[in-house]
Design a protein around this ligand. Sequence first.
Ligand code: 0O2
Ligand code: 0O2
Length: 209
Amino acid sequence: MEHWDDFLAPYKQAVEELKVKLKGLRNEFERDHVHSPIEFVTGRVKPIVSILDKAAQKNIPLNKLATEMQDIAGLRMMCQFVDDITKVVELLRARNDFEIVEERNYISHKKVSGYRSYHVVLRYPVQTIHGERKILIEIQIRTLAMNFWATIEHSLNYKYRGDFPKDIRIRLQRAAEAAFLLDEEMSQIRLEIQEAQRVFSRKKDKPKE
Ligand code: 0O2
Ligand code: 0O2
């Protein structure tokens, strides 16, 4: 195993590059004064302890991390509405600066925990001084409500180390359904919300008299 710093360097580079690229998409929508399917973008390189934990859990040998652990580099794109997720996925499919190797739809097929998100795995070329290196990156695309649920469940998961007491597990599943209903309600009133946002953005851009 090469040194961690050397191994992780292209992953760090890729996360920074993709953050700029994906945030740039949002700016384009803003410039066009149309609803942006992207609310915000975050990114991280998985901490070494988490890489080691996951490798142990999934029996991934350390010399196979690059091919068998898809989320060492991770980006997250948050959307206001469920329909925006489809648009974001289409935008990703249309690009030619990376190759999509896998898509996992945990929205139509939610996990037993109640987790919902759309995962896209990319093979992304990083230019290094030793030539091109292609690395795997996972992009998680989700609504704000899905993100709210996943963030809280993830922190509780940390506390209980994956072993939730039954009542908490059931409450979390119910909370996931509540988040799903919230997304459905919001989709139904989305046209009204968008109209209000367009008017607001026009007002904001008008120079003050
Ligand atoms: P802005 O101007 O706040 O939109 P870096 O510091 O370079 O590593 P970054 O992108 O600052 O990278 O940090 P990170 O942690 O990847 O992403 C955090 C970004 O997500 C920040 O935006 C937060 O403002 C934004 N964010 C987090 N939660 C929310 C939220 O609930 N709603 C919205 N709209 N944005 C959120 P930036 O990039 O600093 O820019
Ligand atoms: P992190 O950095 O702590 O978020 P597996 O890892 O076994 O679930 P796989 O095939 O590697 O499975 O990938 P999957 O399930 O498509 O994506 C894994 C990532 O999705 C997780 O990363 C989480 O970020 C997210 N995820 C999946 N299931 C859940 C869930 O039930 N609750 C929450 N909050 N997030 C989930 P890690 O490894 O946990 O890393």
